[in-house]
Design a protein around this ligand. Structure first.
Ligand SMILES: Nc1ncnc2c1ncn2[C@@H]1O[C@H](COP(=O)(O)OP(=O)(O)OP(=O)(O)O)[C@@H](O)[C@H]1O
Length: 243
């Protein structure tokens, strides 16, 4: 379970303190597929960075399975992140000089995993992504959607506790974006992965089971599919932030 307790993140803009997040409380259980939405500058990416242990709150705490991120040393936090958090970004962030297989293997290289184990795990993930025949290619010969699937495979390589995705479909056209969302849904439903996705896209958010709206650094609404009407939340988001 991921818990943020009264989390505030303050940046200094010049001399003025600015709260990107302000006393924000959320709880995300294992196995959930959550979309985080909100207007530009609402604090979504900042929240994802705190949840993923990339940064620490100025006040309050982030707990992951009862482990308080601020109580870990920098080194422990790096190790925790590597073993427990899978990150997916809008621009894939693959290493262009490494093959698809080598990119996916990266998170396993630093740990003491045998060559054979790495090879087996990478092939399993590439097969899950429908990319088993692309293992020896360099990323730039793949389509954007395929590159994002490599990035997802890499994010899952170390078998993390959860997957954090920041605008994973932001660079893709509708068709390829939909393929990625269907893949995330499959990972959630069949492989029971916990997924937290930041998105501006109401169609993307519609794939999640729960939608958390953030505005001015706090939670504006938090709706799950079972107990509330996520469609109404998306409709009001569209009405308010139509661009
Ligand atoms: N390192 C930083 N230094 C100063 N201000 C920052 C820093 N990081 C973020 N901010 C500010 O905090 C606010 C929230 O930023 P954040 O990137 O979390 O928003 P967001 O909701 O993800 O926006 P977008 O949808 O545009 O990506 C913004 O006003 C941003 O300018």
């Amino acid at each position: 379970m991921i818990v943020t307790r009264q989390v505030t993140k303050t940046f200094l803009n010049g001399k003025e303190p600015f709260h990107a997040l302000h006393q924000l409380n959320i709880e995300i259980k294992k196995g959930e597929f959550v979309a985080i939405m909100g207007p530009s500058g609402a604090g979504k990416s900042t929240l994802l960075q705190l949840i993923g242990g990339l940064d620490l709150p100025t006040e309050g705490e982030v707990l992951i399975d009862d482990i308080a991120m601020h109580q870990l040393s920098e080194k422990e936090r790096t190790l925790f992140r590597r073993r427990n958090v899978g990150f997916v970004f809008q621009d894939y962030q693959l290493i262009s000089t490494l093959t698809v297989e080598e990119n996916v293997a990266l998170p396993l290289e630093a740990d003491n995993v045998s060559r054979l184990e790495i090879k087996t795990r990478v092939l399993k993930l590439l097969t899950l992504m429908g990319l088993e025949n692309k293992a020896q290619e360099l990323p730039n010969v793949l389509s954007g959607g395929q590159q994002q699937r490599v990035a997802i495979a890499r994010a899952l390589a170390a078998n993390p506790r959860f997957l954090l995705a920041d605008e994973p479909t932001g660079n893709l056209d509708r068709k390829r974006g939909t393929e990625i969302l269907q893949l995330l849904t499959k990972l959630h439903k069949e492989e029971r992965h916990t997924i937290i996705m930041v998105t501006h896209d109401i169609l993307a958010a519609g794939y999640a089971d729960r939608i958390i709206m953030i505005k001015d650094g706090t939670v504006q609404s938090d709706t799950t599919r079972e107990e509330g009407d996520t469609d109404a939340v998306l409709a009001s988001f569209m009405a308010e932030y139509k661009r």
